[in-house]
Every structure is written in C-alpha cells, then in structure tokens.
Design a protein around this ligand. Structure first.
Ligand code: NAI
Length: 498
C-alpha cells in the first residue's frame, strides 16, 4: 500500500467521518460507504466544511483543501470499493453486523486488501474467525475526536499477519497519528489501563474520602490530569463508561481487578448519565452552580518550621519558601508541632503509630510539587488541631491550596497512579504491548500527563509496589494484587525505562 492508494471507509458516523478526513488530507484516495442512504454524502460534505474552516483560519492552504476534496468521494454501494487496498470499518458496535460486513467484504475486495476494524470492544481474533483469510484482519482503533487525538491502537488478532499489522501501523503514521501495537485482549491498551482512573475515584467517593469536586480538584491540580475522574465520567456518559467497565470485567472472567462500581450502577439506573442527560455526579441544568472543592480555610503561618532531607516534597516546599533543605537521614518537614511526610502508601494513623509521631500529617504525591496549586493531605487520628492547623498553614504559605482527605492508604494521587502503573505493568507482562507502547498510548489516547510506567519510575517502582501492598493489606482484595513485572522491577531496584 502506498501513500496515495485507495482506502475505503465503511460506516460514516462520528468516527468514520474523522477517519476519512485524516486519510484524504494525508494523500490517500478515499471512498466512503454507509448503509444508511445519504449518510456518506453528509459525511463527505461535513469534511469539506471542516476543510473550508481550516482554510479560513489559515491552518490549511486552499490548494491542499481542494486536492484533498478531489481525493474524497462516496461509494453508492459496497461493490464500488472493490479496488480498495485497505478497508477501515467504523460501523455500529454490533458483533453480528460487523462479522456479516467482513464476510461480504471478502467477496468484494482483492485477496490482499487489508480489513481494519475500529471496534472498541470486540476481539479482532473473533471478528476474523470466520474469514477465508484471517491474516488480513487487524484492529485500527482510533480515538474520538479522530482529527485531534493522536493515538491509534493497531491490534493484532491471533491470525493477523505481520505484514498486515506493519502496513496498518505505517498507514496510521502517514496519516499523522502515533500508532502503538497491541495484542487483541479485552480493552486493548487504553480502555484497560485507564480503568483504575475511574474505579479508584469511585471507591474513594464511596468511602467518603472527599466530595467528587474535591477529588477532581486533587487529581487535576495535584495529579496533573487534564480532567478529574468525575467530570470526565460525566462527559463520557455513565452508561458508556459503566458498560465498558462491565464488558472488560466480564471479558476477564470476573477478575476482581475490574469489578464495576455499585455507585456508578446507581447513576446509570437513575438515568443520571452525565452531561448528556443533564445530571451525573454534577448538575448541568441551566443555572446550576457547580459544587466547590472543600479547600481548607486559610490558617495562620506557623511560627516555626523546619525542613529535613530532600525528597520531592521537601525540596519543592523549600524552594517555594525560598528556604534551604538541611540534609539529614530521614525526610520530613515540621510546622509548629506537626510533622509532615510524603505518603509511603500507609495511612497517616498507621504510620503515626509505627513511627511514634502523634502529630503526623501525610501529603499525597503531586505530578510536580514545584508548581502544584493544590496538595492533598490526611491527618493521623492522634494529630491535634493545633498541629494540623500549622501543617496546613505551612503548605498555604508555600502557595498551595490544601484538601484534607479521609485517611486512606495511598491517598488519591499515589493510589491512582500506582494502580494505573500496576495495570500497565500487567499489560506489558502479558505481552499486550511494550513499555514504550503503554506510555505513549496513555499520553496520546487519554492525555495523561505522563505514561504510567514512566511515572512509576519517577515516583520509584518500590514505592509504587509498597503503596499497592498497603492497599492490598488494607482491603484484603485481589483487586490490589501486584503485577509480577512490577514486583520483579521493585525487587531488582530497576526502572521500567523505555
Ligand atoms: P455512529 O453510530 O456515529 O456511526 C455508525 C455508522 O455506521 C452509521 O452512519 C450507520 O448508518 C453505519 N452503519 C451501520 N451498519 C452499517 C453497515 N452494515 N454497513 C455500512 N454502514 C453501516 O458510530 P461511531 O461512534 O462512529 O462508532 C463507529 C465504530 O467506532 C464502533 O465500532 C465504535 O465502537 C467505534 N469507536 C467509537 C468511538 C467513539 O467515541 N464514538 C471511539 C473509538 C471507536
């Protein structure tokens, strides 16, 4: 297949329209077919409109738009795509409909034409099972909106030939995307590895760690995620998000790691699907006031404080206070009577007892302590109000808003990132993708601020392992079992690297 070969896009809804747009803009000749009369013509017209807008904004030249338009046409019937070198299928997510289409396509296109499916949830192996030539079947999983999202998961089924996978990978790259190889397993890479982002937030909320607005603020402003988990679920729609979680849970034969949330099921059953229904975790009806995160009120600056050691927290607070760290064996900060320590996965209370520090406040991880607008903390039950006030006051004079969470292991950011890294490590361990692949997939497919395994390297693989051990011990659930690959790396003191 070459850069100007004929591509057919079958199914011209939301995704098919975007795929046709980027392929034609990149130089391919594209034919669009849709079973619904008029749908393909509407898609081609809407792509033309998009290009006109890009020209008006100076993002595309007139000549390029004209040339791209000349490469894009509709097919009135399936036989018209018979000369295609590759078919990208983006029809409705219905297994029987997809299988029937691929069977029909085999009788239309040439024997070496690639059949690529944009399915989000079906096994590529299963889609190919009844084909005369399963070697030519591959997953080409784009993300919505296609023109903006860089990632394409190129999914190999059991029968997919190496040539077919590589040609698809190269096509995605020519179309301006970042392709990543994945093995055909439930959720491929992104939909599987992203589960804990939603699941751990739902559990935190369910256990009263903080309000949805507060957890969102922590994940955005300390974790560095573009959207908090609750606002993101409201945007995706709880019906969709819950059904993806359920399908992955079922596909893994009920593995506890993917257990769906009863809290989310309640929302689905109540019709609170998020933005699209006007209400989810938050209210989107006109005039509704979004709930504010529960930031701690401003406390007086502590009369004295000291910084010891040089972990990420202490170093950044020192710099933010224009103070200096004193190098010492252990790392902690004191503010008035309080001791502040970076979370190691234990609850503040467990750690206060183990280390005999009554007035202990622990601080959650932040993506970047030097710039973080908000930090989450938890206090040991033995911590006095006076000490807690001093701890909060110190973080506030360093320029941070503070949200106090219920004292749960790993708080919010460390807990979530550890679970994301664990899932990513497991995907690598099971040969679904490479370390570089999972890191790129989560950055480009869901805009995470860092790849989960690169992030684990930054935090320290052993610390991530310890956080997971704390969660496993605290909850006694298989959900928090550690991926063998993560355990191996932690034991060997090795980073994942790339
Ligand atoms: P859509 O509902 O917007 O479009 C589907 C189109 O397929 C419709 O125009 C329909 O008329 C057409 N169609 C249905 N059966 C057909 C057939 N047998 N032959 C030809 N055309 C047929 O759906 P959307 O959202 O574009 O999704 C398409 C595929 O992409 C699905 O497999 C979906 O799981 C996948 N996907 C969707 C994403 C999303 O965010 N919407 C993200 C990634 C993948």
């Amino acid at each position: 297949m070459t850069s100007d070969s004929l591509i057919a896009v079958v199914g011209s809804g939301l995704m098919g329209t975007g795929i046709a747009q980027i392929a034609a803009a990149a130089g391919q000749h594209v034919l669009v077919f849709d079973a619904m009369p008029g749908a393909a013509a509407k898609a081609v017209a809407s792509v033309g409109e998009t290009w006109r807008k890009l020209v008006a904004r100076g993002k595309m030249t007139d000549a390029d738009a004209e040339a791209a338009s000349a490469r894009l046409a509709i097919a009135a019937s399936l036989p018209e795509i018979k000369h295609a070198r590759m078919v990208v299928e983006a029809i409705v997510e219905d297994l029987d409909a997809k299988r029937a289409l691929f069977t029909e396509l085999e009788s239309v296109v040439a024997a070496d034409c690639i059949l690529a499916s944009n399915t989000s949830s079906f096994s590529i192996t299963l889609l190919a099972a009844k084909l005369a030539c399963p070697e030519r079947m591959v997953g080409m999983h784009f993300f919505n909106p296609v023109p903006l999202m860089e990632l394409v998961e190129v999914v190999r089924g059991l029968g997919t030939s190496e040539d077919c996978a590589v040609v698809t990978f190269d096509a995605a790259r020519r179309w301006g995307k970042t392709p990543v190889f994945a093995k055909s397993t439930p959720g491929f890479i992104v939909n599987r590895v992203a589960r804990p982002y939603y699941a751990e937030a739902l559990r935190l909320l369910n256990e009263g760690a903080a309000s949805a607005a507060s957890i969102d603020a922590v994940m955005r402003e300390a974790g560095g995620f573009r959207m908090g988990p609750f606002e993101l679920m409201d945007l995706i729609g709880h019906d969709t998000n819950f059904s993806v979680t359920r399908s992955i849970f079922n596909a893994f034969f009920g593995d506890q790691r993917y257990t769906p949330s009863l809290l989310q099921q309640e929302l689905v059953e109540a019709g609170r699907w998020g933005r699209k229904s006007g209400r989810g975790f938050f209210d989107y009806t006109e005039g509704a006031v979004p709930p504010a995160p529960a930031f701690e009120p401003v406390r007086p600056a502590p009369q004295h404080f000291s910084l010891h050691g040089e972990d990420a927290l202490t170093t950044a607070i020192a710099a933010r206070l224009h103070s200096f760290t004193q190098v010492s064996h252990t790392t902690f900060i004191t503010a008035g009577a309080a001791t502040l320590q970076l979370t190691d996965g234990r609850t503040a209370t467990e750690r206060a007892i183990a280390e005999r520090i009554a007035d202990l406040v622990i601080v959650d991880y932040a993506r970047d302590f030097a710039t973080s607008k908000t930090l989450a903390v938890a206090r040991a039950v033995s911590c006095s109000d006076v000490a807690f006030d001093a701890a909060v006051g110190l973080l506030q004079i360093a320029g941070c808003k503070v949200i106090c969470l219920r004292d749960l292991p790993g708080l919010a950011v460390l807990r979530t990132v550890s679970m994301l890294a664990n899932e990513a490590a497991d995907a690598v361990n099971q040969g679904v993708c490479t370390v570089a692949g999972v890191n790129a997939a989560m950055r480009k497919g869901v805009n995470y601020p860092a790849g989960p395994l690169a992030w684990a390297d930054e935090i320290g693989v052993a610390r991530v392992r310890d956080a997971l051990l704390c969660l496993a011990e605290y909850y006694g659930e298989d959900r928090y079992r550690i991926s063998p690959l993560l355990r191996e790396h932690a034991l060997a003191g090795r980073n994942f690297g790339e």
